[in-house]
Design a protein around this ligand. Structure first.
Ligand code: ATP
Length: 323
């Protein structure tokens, strides 16, 4: 096995708070163990273009508390072709990169697997606010996103209570409702609509709101995952059918930004360090994950074949506690 001398690091797909502490951990751990480190800008797009710079201990100074990613990120159509992967591999060779740490989601790991098939040694780190990475219970940025949404909910509750209104809040999650179900519980929502579940407005929203009013509730919160959509229409329907004034808020990209929470910083630091330790120990083509609360790693194909879904108990709890 050829010895690893130079590790490249990139962030890919949607940005997430905590990507910076992860980059910092990869760079500093790699330098500590005597590797050279190359920072690749804008994900696979930067790898194709050779937008690559050598990193030093100081390159990652003063980023631990910043949201987003200092390496920037992108979605690259060109890379997603056979020609693109060959070109990216050739560029990795130009810069002497023999191992690559990819911080991103399942799509980014598929790209990394293509590079692994061409001989590059890859490690994936789970970075996305949506927590929708199949092999891991936790993803870097998820905790910050939950806290951002939680803060918004608390503010919205103040005004909803004062006016006896219903707030309909759309949160991120195109295909997965992890943010929605968690903030539904932490924010005390009357109803949570997930992309994973078939929607029945009367059963899932109108009935719990009317029953809640009959039990003496003074305000109402409905959380809708982005993949369900239609927050404005749903607010209108609630108002028409219940007579309760309803307002929709679509939180959007505010959920992606902000300083990473302590939890995300610690986890990103541990995972970035773990990635480098794997490479140091001659292990590669693996995705770093959290399983049963502990750091773990899976072979990339195994990781991509894994399935994950929302714990039905979470849905049950959210319904019981909204009574
Ligand atoms: P997130 O879900 O947080 O946005 P992600 O990593 O899943 O993260 P994608 O946009 O799916 O985000 O993927 C990022 C990049 O990875 C794509 O722009 C593309 O270059 C590459 N990629 C995605 N899917 C594949 C694939 N099937 N094969 C090769 N490369 C891929």
């Amino acid at each position: 096995m050829a010895e690893i001398k130079t590790i490249g690091v990139l962030t890919s797909g949607g940005d997430a708070p905590g990507m910076n502490p992860a980059i910092r951990a990869v760079v500093r751990s790699a330098l500590y163990y005597g590797f050279r480190v190359m920072g690749i800008k804008k994900g696979y797009e930067g790898l194709l273009k050779g937008d690559i710079e050598e990193m030093s201990l100081r390159s990652v100074g003063d980023i631990i508390h910043r949201g987003g990613t200092m390496l920037q990120t992108a979605r690259s159509k060109e890379f997603n072709t056979e020609e693109g992967v060959k070109k990216a591999m050739a560029m990795a060779n130009v810069f002497g990169i023999d191992a690559l740490v990819v911080i991103g989601g399942d799509g980014s790991y598929r790209g990394a697997r293509d590079l692994a098939n061409m001989g590059l040694k890859i490690i994936g780190l789970p970075g996305t606010i949506d927590n929708d990475i199949s092999c891991s219970e936790y993803t870097i940025g998820f905790d910050t996103a939950l806290n951002t949404v939680q803060d918004a909910i608390d503010k919205i509750r103040d005004t909803a209570y004062s006016h006896e209104r219903c707030s309909v809040l759309e949160v991120m999650g195109r295909h997965a409702g992890y943010i929605a179900i968690n903030v539904g519980i932490s924010g005390g929502a009357e109803a949570v609509l997930l992309p994973e579940e078939e929607l029945n407005i009367n059963r899932d929203i109108i009935k719990p709101i009317i029953e809640g009013r009959n039990r003496g509730k003074k305000h109402y919160l409905v959380i809708i995952a982005e993949g369900v959509g239609g927050a404005l229409e749903i607010a209108q329907q609630i108002e028409e059918q219940t007579g309760i004034k309803s307002r929709a808020t679509i939180l959007g990209h505010i959920q992606r930004g902000g300083s990473p929470t302590a939890y995300d910083r610690v986890m990103a630091s541990k995972m970035g360090h773990y990635a480098v330790e794997l490479l140091k120990d001659g292990k590669y083509n693996r995705i770093v994950a959290v399983t049963n609360g502990k750091l773990a790693d899976y072979e990339v194909n195994e990781a991509l074949d894994m399935k994950k879904s929302i714990d039905p108990k979470m849905l049950e709890i959210s319904k019981i506690l909204a009574l």
